[in-house]
Design a protein around this ligand. Structure first.
Ligand code: RIB
Length: 301
């Protein structure tokens, strides 16, 4: 069973700030890091580090060849990664402060993915394969439709959430992965407590599998009438960037390896708790062996 992750690739410019910059304020950063990121890239690496067979499809500009080498270094297949020499790779401006982040995106080549590239990629995938997609590339509606028609299992991480999500054929999705902000919007929930948001999600999408991650409040899984709650593991947070991506990749890889939702949720929560203890995106994601080692030193909250 292989995973096709059709996802974004961004050059992340990360500024650690004394506080988040206010309107009309100019302030100097405490530090600067240039990383490879993008929800797509991070999730491919999280999957690969947890042992899954991953194919990354996406689009980069002339400045993005480093992504190919980087993904391949983690064993991710880049046969479906297209370079448009006329274009620029997507980028993100990330402010971090007190363990939280704020992200500005410029889509670049991620927003040039169209039907031709989708058709060319999907021709090699079918029944039993998994399509993972986030909300950072163009062509998502068509991609969901075509992958569903081929019998692929579809996992949609609706991050970053926006109104466009509701224009996609959401009936094609098998598993939604959301954080509390995305979940609230997806469910049309009036609640702010994650457990209530999860209840609203279940009510709205009773036939889907659902994962809601809520940082220190823990994470919820729902599928086939069963709900699993996974508490978070308390740690000292340095940078939350890629925590959700780590959770998604690790969860899927463990399930693909035959793990039950309970085990996948526990290991995914541990993996994210490791990611947030390091600065950066993809480079802060642990391998499954590291997660299992770390588990021996930890007790659930
Ligand atoms: O989820 C974290 C990612 O969101 C960053 O790597 C950034 O590129 C944005 O896509």
């Amino acid at each position: 069973m292989k995973v096709l992750n059709f996802g974004s690739l961004n050059i992340d410019h990360v500024y650690n700030m004394p506080h988040f910059t206010e309107p009309k304020e100019t302030q100097s950063s405490l530090s600067y890091l240039r990383n490879l990121g993008g929800k797509g890239l991070n999730q491919s690496i999280a999957l690969a580090k947890a042992g899954a067979e991953v194919y990354h499809a996406g689009r980069i500009g002339a400045d993005g060849e480093i992504f190919r080498t980087y993904l391949e270094g983690y064993g991710v297949n880049t046969r479906y990664l297209v370079t448009n020499p006329e274009s620029v790779t997507g980028h993100a401006i990330i402010e971090t402060s007190d363990g939280e982040n704020r992200i500005i995106l410029y889509g670049g080549a991620n927003q040039e993915i169209g039907e031709a590239q989708i058709d060319e990629t999907l021709k090699d995938f079918g029944q039993g394969d998994i399509l993972l997609v986030q909300n950072e590339i163009s062509g998502r509606g068509y991609l969901l439709e075509q992958a569903h028609a081929k019998g692929m299992m579809i996992v949609f991480n609706t991050a970053p959430m926006n109104e466009k999500v509701f224009s996609y054929p959401l009936s094609c999705v098998d598993l939604f992965v959301v954080n509390e902000v995305e979940g609230r919007a997806l469910a049309g929930s009036a609640h702010t407590e994650p457990n209530r948001i999860m209840e609203d999600l279940i009510q709205k999408y009773p036939d889907k599998e659902l994962i809601l991650t809520a940082g220190t409040d823990g994470a919820w899984y729902y599928g086939k009438g069963k709900t699993v709650y996974q508490p978070s593991f308390p740690v000292k947070t340095v940078d939350t960037t890629a925590a959700g991506d780590t959770f998604t990749g690790c969860y899927l890889a463990v399930r693909l390896g035959g793990g039950l939702p309970e085990e996948a949720m526990r290991l995914a929560a541990l993996a994210s708790s490791m990611t947030v203890q390091k600065a950066g995106a993809a480079q802060s994601i642990p391998t499954l062996d590291q997660v299992r080692e770390y588990e021996k030193t930890k007790n659930p909250a």
